[in-house]
Design a protein around this ligand. Structure first.
Ligand code: F42
Length: 148
């Protein structure tokens, strides 16, 4: 496995609680964003400075077995830290969408491909559209494909 190391839980209590519940139940619980009822996945990255394992719940945006990872951070002015982890080490990433994690490779989508995936993301989680209006940065979208 490319993702061995010490796991450092998120400093945000609701985030680390969601990860803990999701993993403990194999995705049977803790699998939606609060009361929205919309599904989430758990993404594991390697910290680009610490080298430690980081786990991040994200909305589930999936199409034909491929996933989009949307670095919205609620429309905050800066990218989430995991954005830089993905850029630094795009092959040390797993996605858990159900009982077991899968190894994936990620790359940032651009131009037409980003437009197609952005539409899919907003369909899966409509608040992404408002998040984009709240911030001057263009919200990054990564494409994650499973590794065989
Ligand atoms: N965030 C999104 O951006 N998009 C989503 O679709 C999304 C959905 C979602 C659903 C459920 C849920 O519970 C949370 C959801 N979030 C979503 C929030 C998401 O899980 C993250 O909390 C959020 O995006 C912020 O990510 P972050 O990586 O900036 O997290 C911060 C709080 C964090 O964990 N910081 C750590 C810390 O200790 O402060 C550092 C983590 C890290 O990777 N550090 C690196 C290292 O080397 O270890 C580098 C540090 C550096 O300075 O570069």
């Amino acid at each position: 496995m490319s993702l061995e190391g010490r796991y450092e839980p998120s400093p945000s209590e609701w985030v680390r609680d969601q990860v803990e519940l999701y993993e403990r139940t194999g995705g049977a619980e803790g699998n939606t964003l609060r009361d929205t009822g919309l599904p989430v996945i758990i993404v594991t990255t390697r910290g680009n400075k610490s080298g430690m394992i980081r786990k991040t719940p994200l909305m589930r945006v999936e199409h034909d077995g491929v996933y989009a990872l949307v670095a919205s951070q609620g429309g905050a002015p800066t990218h989430p830290v995991w954005y830089y982890n993905l850029l630094a080490d795009p092959d040390s990433v797993t996605i858990q969408d159900g009982p077991e994690p899968s190894e994936v490779t990620v790359r940032e989508a651009e131009d037409e491909e980003r437009a197609v995936w952005w539409a899919r993301a907003v369909e899966a989680f409509p608040p992404y559209a408002q998040y984009q209006l709240k911030t001057d940065r263009r919200i990054p979208v990564f494409i994650a494909t499973k590794r065989s």
